[in-house]
Design a protein around this ligand. Sequence first.
Ligand code: AGP
Length: 609
Amino acid sequence: MCGIVGAIADRDVVPVLIEGLKRLEYRGYDSAGIAVVDGADIRRVRRTGRVAAMEDASAAEGFAATLGIGHTRWATHGGVTESNAHPHVSHGVALVHNGIIENHEQQRERLKALGYEFESQTDTEVIAHLIHHYLQDGADLLAALQRAVKELHGAYALAVVSRKEPERMVVARMGCPLLVGLGEGENFVASDVSAILQATRRVIFLEEGDTAEISRDAVRVFDGDDQPVQREEHLSDVSLSSLELGPYRHFMQKEIHEQPRALGDTMEAIIDAGGFEPTLFGKDADAVLREVEGVQILACGTSFYAGSVARYWIEAISGLPCSVEIASEYRYRTAVANPKHLVVTISQSGETLDTMEALKYAKSLGQDLTLSICNVPESAIPRASRLVFYTRAGAEIGVASTKAFTTQLVGLFALAATLAKVNGRLPEAKEAEYIEALRHLPGDVQHALNLEPQVAMWSEHFTPREHALFLGRGVHYPIALEGALKLKEISYIHAEAYPAGELKHGPLALVDDDMPVVVIAPNDSLLEKVKSNMQEVRARGGQLFVFTDADSNFADSEGVHVIRTERHVGVLSPIVHTIPVQMLAYHVALARGTDVDKPRNLAKSVTVE
Ligand code: AGP
């Protein structure tokens, strides 16, 4: 949450900052601001709302400078107001911050006693004053930052400039992502590479506890003990076109339609490896996976639902016990650790704080066998894991996760099959059958996408409603959960999902002719059970909206609307059945006129508790 960008160059950096903030807006969009060093002054502009509003204000005020920092905020401490927007300034020091400072109240009291006055309710402002305090004490900007961060508890990525030091900016990182972009005679800093791709692809990922000093011609990095260190340079392969909308109206729509490509790219790794080989998960994987006697999955939101599908696959295919838990719950309970269980964290962004902390907690309990399924290379969670499977969805910009989810499912399916293989439970014929199913998957998903006009027509049944129910059974129950999450997240319709057999134990009381009920009902072994559950709904006047496949012999009838995918695709059916629920949410949101890519109150990467 919150995006940071900074630049130092011989040219005007304001357009770089604004462009960078627009690319980072997915991280938070409550307010935006920039601060530039202009002569011997700091100039700052902040606005609540989107970057575009701040851009207009900066243009009106004629902002131009060769050194500056910018921020887009997702509010935590303090409401959405201009005075809480970043950058925060203390006597000529300007600073942007991503993260949360846990001891900000103590620091605030201490700084007040030293005579500092506060103009915001944020946890961030204390850092600006603290740095100024150490500057007053004789430190230079870098030393002042290094002293200040040692007094902070919590998570931060920081970029700082001072009117007294117009030739450099200084930055620090702990618990939140921050990278340095290397240009020719100009350098940059950003929360993620998308913000600076317009200027450079050469990046250095800062490590936990690092600080750095960035001038036009040099970047000096220091470790947590303030000792100079070298950090490896990487060449980013994120393409600018992947960050553009192209012919689509929304990133979510684009990302839904990119799924055949994303799934194809992700499974290419499996084909290249010659099947379900441990090497898919890293060099160490063979030794690690052979030790595994069970699986513990930890994740949040949509990634948690991917894990919930995986539980069915892992137990059925590999025969190993598997549990899946919401990371924010796991991290605060007294868990019974089993060092022989593989801890699998799933995170699109690789920086979700709850998932990261759950992983740390598992490790602290002696769980050393760790694997991350992630879409962002070099992000924090895979870096903290022994094994990793990178999904190849490409940048996902829409806050509602779509292609990241389905590609996570491919990675998790590969894990289930690989665990089976190392345990001698995957006969060659079965492996070949699974590979064949994966090969067909992009085509099967494309067929599901072709159903969009029919799905779009259903949206009129949902648009005027305030509630909806989603039902599924077995491995499709998590798809019902995902469908409900998508709908509530972007259309603001209250939606709940239940295993269809659970309906009669309570939620059936909600069903009347005002309640649309979406059912995921492929032609699998539970189909007849689901049909009975649907009768229970119809008998109470509920309208049924059934996603099934051509093999299931469902027909439209009074109160029963049916959309069929081309065929039942067997074990990978949950992936194919995700597509219609994503499209339904998208079209309902479109009809309700919500901000599809930036739904209210949310942000793409959740780096706070
Ligand atoms: C999904 O549409 C969400 N926006 C959200 O639930 C997300 O999946 C969750 O915050 C976890 O994010 P991660 O995969 O980046 O860890």
